[in-house]
Write a protein that binds this ligand. Structure first.
Ligand SMILES: [Fe+2]
Ligand SMILES: [Fe+2]
Length: 211
């Protein structure tokens, strides 16, 4: 049965830490596609958790998490589903969302007067966040792992199963199999395994998950 998602229930700008609130606020118009607002809010929260355990610069990781997907606003909705998810059929659009996202992020960060050497590092993470597999810095690793953890979150896992019409019972083992090579930090791997156990429980408890 199709679900309805209320973004208002999941997002509250007031809960974003003060130094980053204005950045998130300026990102909002660019997140009105692909359910990117709840995606970004969840990635932001994983980013906070990973920073606590893995360290790195909060001033780099958090803006990178908030701004990493603003570039999807430049890709027409009907093209997006082919450019992310379990099967990528349109790698050009996937790359384009990184390139356009880096430009938009630079504008937003300069609008808030962000330190220019930090801006450069944030932009470098955004430009390549989906198309480079390895960690290019600690902050790149925590941003990438936060982004991937979304797919195992209760919200993200369910959305992906619906979007890509995959059976949760076969999709979850697929994600479990790739955790070790996919996640870049030890904390990311641990959190992914923890989230996967939660999704496994939910699938078994809730019959309506079956497609
Ligand atoms: Fe992305
Ligand atoms: Fe993302």
């Amino acid at each position: 049965m199709p679900l309805t998602y209320s973004i208002d229930e999941i997002f509250d700008l007031g809960k974003i830490d003060a130094p980053f609130q204005r950045i998130f606020e300026l990102a909002l118009p660019f997140l009105k596609t692909r359910l990117n607002l709840p995606h970004t809010y969840i990635v932001y929260q994983y980013g906070q958790l990973l920073l606590q355990e893995e360290g790195g610069s909060r001033e780099i990781t958090i803006p990178a998490c908030i701004l990493h997907d603003v570039g999807w606003s430049c890709i027409p909705e009907d093209q997006q589903l082919k450019a992310f998810g379990p099967v990528i059929k349109d790698p050009e659009s996937r790359r384009k969302h990184e390139v356009e996202g880096a430009l938009i992020a630079r504008q937003i960060l300069s609008q808030v007067g962000y330190n220019s050497s930090l801006v450069q590092k944030i932009i470098e993470i955004i430009d390549g966040h989906d198309t480079t597999a390895k960690a290019r810095s600690l902050e790149d690793a925590t941003t990438k792992d936060s982004d991937k953890l979304y797919r195992l979150s209760a919200f993200g896992f369910r959305i992906d199963c619906e979007r890509f019409q995959v059976d949760p019972l076969s999709y979850l083992p697929h994600l479990l199999k790739i955790i070790d090579e996919w996640f870049l930090t030890q904390t990311g791997k641990k959190m992914a395994a923890h989230e996967a156990r939660g999704r496994d429980r939910e699938i078994r408890e809730r019959e309506e998950w079956r497609l």
